[in-house]
Each structure stands twice: as C-alpha cells, then as structure tokens.
Write a protein that binds this ligand. Structure first.
Ligand SMILES: Cc1ncc(COP(=O)(O)O)c(C=O)c1O
Length: 467
C-alpha cells in the first residue's frame, strides 16, 4: 500500500464516526474477560496498592484491567490464569527471534555464571558488540552504550548542541523519543505540544519545537526563522514508529535541509534497527544521519540496552570521566555491562544468521494483507500495512488525529476507548497486540499462526456494528 493510499485511508477513518461494537457483543467480551482473567484481576488489585495505577508499562494492555504475565515462550505469552495468548506485543518490539531464544539464553547465562553481569570496567563484550552494531550501521563510527532509548535521545540532542554551539532542536509532531523533559513535547498525536508536560517547567521547552509530519516546507521555514537549529530528530518510519506513515523521500529531504543549514540529523532507530532492515531506517530509506539512537532492540529485550552512535567529529564530545573540556556529559553506572553487551553481540549475530528481519517482514506482509481482505469483506474502513516486521492496523486512528485541527481535539478519548475495546476483543480471541493497533512480528509467527490470527480478527469484525 503506497503512502497516498495510507494517508487517504487515515483521513477517511478520522472523518467517519468512530466504529462501534454491537453492544451485546461488547458486553459479552467484557464478561468473558472478567471470567477468564480472575487471577490477573487479583494481581492488579494487589499491585495497585503499591505500584502507581497498578501497571508500569506504557504499552501494557489495561482495559478492562491489565493482564498479569506468568511467562513467555516462543511467540506466546501465558497469563497467570494459564491463558496462552499469541504474542504480538513482543515486549514492545525488541523480540524478533522469539522469546527465550535457546542460543541467546545460553550465552547470557554463561556470562552471568562465568564472567559476572556487571564490572564497572571495560569488558571484551563492550567493543565486540559495538563492532557488530557498526557493521550494520556504517554511519556509526563511534558508539557509546547507554541504558534506555530515552537516555540515548536525550544525549543525542545534548551532543548536537555541544557540537554545533546552537540550541534549537526540532522534532516531528507526534513522534515519540522517550520521556526526558525536553522530548515530552508534541508526542503521540501531532499538535498536542505541551499536553503531556505536567511537572516540567515551561522554559525547558524554550528551544524545542515541532514540525507537522511530512511537511518539508514548514521545516524549511523553521530553519529560515530559527537559524540556530542544532538538530532535527526523526523516527524513520514516521511518528510513533510508522503509525503516522512517512512520505517517501521525506527523511532524505530532512537530511539535505539539515546539512544545508549545518544542523545535525538524528535518526531514532529504537524500533527500526534490525526490525525494519539490518541497517535500520537509514539503510531502508537511504539517508545518512549524523547521530543514531538505539534502544531495547539492540539487546533483544535484555535489560539496560541502548546506544548512541555517530560520526567521530560529533561523538568525540561524549567521553567518560569527571571534568575537563567541552563535552556532552553522560553517564550510567550499569551502561555497557557485560550481560547487556553479550546479549547485544549475540542477538545481532543471530538476527543476521537467521535472516530474522526478512522472515519477520514476510510474516508482517502476510498478516497485513490478510487483515485488509477481512476488512474489505465487511466493508469496514479499517486498514493495515506492514513496515517490515511492524504491522499497523488502523481502526479508530487515534494517531491520525491532529491537534492542529480544533474539531479533532475532543475525539482523542473516544478513539482511544475504541482501541481499548479492540484490545479487549483481541485478548478475547487469545491474541495480545500493542495498544490494540500494532503487531510486532517474530520469526516464530508461522504462516499457520498468522492465518489463525486473521480468522480470529474476522471473528472480531463480525461483532462490529455495520453502517
Ligand atoms: C522511537 C522510540 N524512541 C525512543 C524510545 C524510548 O526508549 P526507552 O523506552 O528504552 O526509553 C522508544 C520507546 O518505545 C521509541 O519507540
């Protein structure tokens, strides 16, 4: 499906009234959910007494209440009520080899047993993993390990400011680059600007601005008005990792504009690296960033995995140690620990050896095509597309709203509610998705499993009120 078609379909969904479940079907879904997930509910009731909201993961599925996980294996997640769900959450993206890949698990256990998980000094795995990452990301001449994508994005803008001696940073409206103070600006839904900025003093945002998605002319104007732009930050597939699809050529245009204006281009590869292409968004779309940001996927879900890489002339500002010279201060006691670096080293090798990116991409295409056939069969305006191993399916198009259009502002909670209903209906069919609108594929999602998923989504479509 090409870009124009995706945009037209998003517009159609946003212009139409929000889809609805037949009320008796929705009631039955919620009743079954309550009945099937008794222990999850107990876990939630207990957790909410000590954990804020009873659930800490942004991507946790939480309607009518969050599920509690007992274990994950292959491409499945088993809840505490022994319900086995086909897992397309995949921990929010990093798992592409399937859960608990036996070789990777063994290597990590070996590190814990024989090397020790944390040293505080350089261990061989630190540079082995960096070399492995660089092999696929030649733009990363120098690499520094960090612990989260949030930190890596935060450091990227700091390096850009030090290197250029400028202050302004421009992001694309609706994009997510973690939750550091400055980047909690205009995220999730384009035009929301300060919506999520409670607790952050306004002057923190003094030098942050956003440009509407795919709008190169506005970006050009912003450069003209604000000559002191240090960097532009992009999610290569488009905001919220492709829910707002990127226009072909946009990333390259941003690169050119940055370089004409001596600003840095930062490519946030947290979701794209290895999942979209072995060389991430930059290889897939053909542009060369100055800095690249990596997150959870570099360690295949093992904790404390993130990195920043880039040209030596910029990365030289990010050095370890206390005091001295013009530099972008960074730290992290647990960063670059042997356990995470070993996980990264072996995971990258295994992804390459197994051809996981391609396999997950094919699985994604099969699922998206199958879903589109089902949606067409029921004449629903919904649609799906895959960007490699990431599959989006738009039903209420929450991310397609724009807060720059006043009429759309009030729709956010209603469209979110419908996505929650979809999420609950998927659990009812023993499927877990990302927020009722995204599926992450892994190499263990076989054709058979995918076809079964398509049939289950057909069941869900039968429960929708047709106009
Ligand atoms: C594109 C992107 N950047 C940054 C982040 C933040 O990464 P982390 O959750 O590791 O802080 C995420 C998280 O999902 C992401 O999707």
């Amino acid at each position: 499906m090409d870009y124009e078609e995706k945009i037209a379909k998003i517009k159609k969904i946003v212009d139409l009234p929000i889809s609805k479940f037949k009320s008796e079907e929705l009631k039955a879904i919620i009743e079954r959910y309550e009945k099937n997930h008794v222990k999850s509910k107990e876990a939630f009731e207990r957790a909410r007494k000590i954990i804020p909201g009873g659930v800490e993961h942004n991507l946790a599925f939480n309607y009518p209440f969050p599920l509690a996980s007992k274990r994950v294996f292959d491409c499945y997640l088993e809840t505490v009520d022994n319900i086995v769900l086909t897992d397309y959450l995949m921990d929010g993206g990093p798992i592409i080899l399937g859960h608990n890949h036996p070789i990777l698990t063994e290597k990590v256990i070996e590190v814990i047993r024989e090397i020790g998980p944390c040293h505080g000094l350089t261990n061989e795995y630190e540079y082995l993993a960096a070399e492995e990452l660089q092999k696929h990301f030649p733009s990363c001449e120098i690499i520094r390990w960090l612990q989260t994508g949030t930190e890596a994005d935060m450091l990227a803008i700091r390096i850009a400011r030090v290197a250029t001696n400028r202050k302004w940073v421009i992001k694309i409206g609706g994009s997510y680059h973690g939750w550091s103070d400055q980047l909690v600006y205009d995220m999730h839904v384009p035009g929301t600007k300060l919506l999520e900025s409670h607790g952050i003093p306004k002057n923190v945002f003094k030098f942050i601005d956003s440009c509407p998605p795919n709008d190169i002319e506005t970006l050009r104007q912003m450069f003209a008005e604000k000559r002191k732009v240090a960097a532009v930050l992009i999610e290569p597939m488009g905001g919220e990792s492709g829910a707002n699809p990127v226009r072909p050529g946009f990333n390259k245009e941003v690169e050119e504009l940055c370089h004409e204006n001596k600003a840095l281009l930062i490519s946030d590869e947290v979701v794209c690296a290895f999942r979209l292409h072995m060389g991430g968004g930059q290889a897939y779309y053909g542009y060369e960033p100055d800095l690249s940001v990596f997150g959870k996927i570099v360690g295949h879900g093992y904790p404390s995995a993130a990195a920043i890489g880039g040209k030596e002339e910029y990365m030289k500002y990010c050095a370890a140690g206390v005091g001295g010279g013009k530099r972008a201060y960074s730290g992290g006691t647990l960063a670059a620990n042997p356990l995470t670096c070993a996980a990264a080293y072996h995971a990258i090798k295994l992804v390459e050896e197994t051809g996981a990116t391609e396999i997950a991409g094919k699985a994604g295409a099969r699922l998206a095509d199958g879903l589109n056939e089902v949606f067409a069969k029921y004449e629903l305006p919904w649609f799906s597309y895959n960007l490699g191993g990431t599959v989006h399916f738009h039903t209420s198009c929450l991310f397609g709203l724009s807060f720059d259009i006043p009429d759309q502002v009030g729709q956010l909670p209603l469209r979110k509610k419908f996505m929650e209903h979809i999420g609950a209906a998927l659990v009812d069919q023993e499927i877990i998705s990302v927020a009722g609108s995204r599926f992450y594929m892994c190499i263990l999602h076989t054709d058979e499993i995918i076809d079964e998923t398509i049939k289950k989504i057909d069941n869900i479509c039968q429960k929708i009120e047709l106009n």
